[in-house]
Design a protein around this ligand. Structure first.
Ligand SMILES: [Zn+2]
Length: 213
């Protein structure tokens, strides 16, 4: 099968901007800092995303996925580096990098990794994105082993993050998705091409610029 089941990990470049504001106990000087979010440029990050909201949405989409594709299994792992558990035969240099998330097909098991160091809205955005890779893998059933296929799957993932945000009534997550894609596109031509592909999409246009008030 070669490496066709190993699309590259996502958003390594933009990761820092979406990381939790505090990562070690020493940095906690005031408990009121909890719940605050780091500055994300103009992106307003919602505060209503709790762990429960995140888990409920993830469970709902896992359920949708396996109802649609009954022969498949979907597992979502929240890990400290964003990588899902990677079996030895799929292991590569990419598997050690901290990333926001990654989709990996392991036989009939569709694994999604999500970095639990990210703020909760970014974890949800990452899940919506990786879910798009999973659905694309099943629908297109093509090897993701060249830049054209990579662009197609990134385009699908970007649209997925916008559509699911819209479906869930969470525009803030859609804005975050646009922000994340633009951050990644600063250094990655694959994301640049994916953004070009969705520029005419009504959802991209809707969330492309956050209204200022
Ligand atoms: Zn992606």
């Amino acid at each position: 099968m070669g490496n066709d089941d190993k699309p590259k990990p996502d958003f390594a470049a933009g990761l820092k901007a979406l990381a939790m504001p505090m990562t070690s106990a020493e940095q906690v000087t005031d408990s009121s800092d909890y719940g605050k979010t780091p500055s994300l440029g103009n992106v307003v990050v919602p505060t209503e995303i709790t762990v429960k909201v995140l888990n409920d949405i993830v469970d709902k989409y896992i359920d949708k996925f396996v109802k649609r594709f009954p022969k498949l299994i979907m597992q979502v792992h929240f890990t400290s580096n964003g990588q899902p558990p990677t079996p030895p035969d799929l292991w590569d240099a990419e598997a050690e990098k901290p990333v926001s998330g990654r989709f990996l097909k392991v036989g009939n098991e569709y694994r999604i990794g999500t970095n639990n160091d990210l703020i909760l809205p970014a974890q949800l955005m990452t899940f919506f994105h990786e879910y798009g890779h999973a659905v694309y893998k099943r629908e297109a059933n093509e090897a993701i082993d060249n830049s054209h296929a990579l662009i197609r799957t990134e385009t699908a993932a970007l649209l997925s993050s916008l559509r699911l945000s819209e479906e869930e009534g969470l525009p803030e997550i859609a804005y975050l998705s646009v922000y994340g894609a633009r951050q990644a596109a600063l250094t990655d031509p694959i994301y640049q091409a994916a953004i070009k592909n969705v520029e005419a999409d009504p959802l991209w246009q809707k969330y492309s610029e956050q209204p200022s008030d």
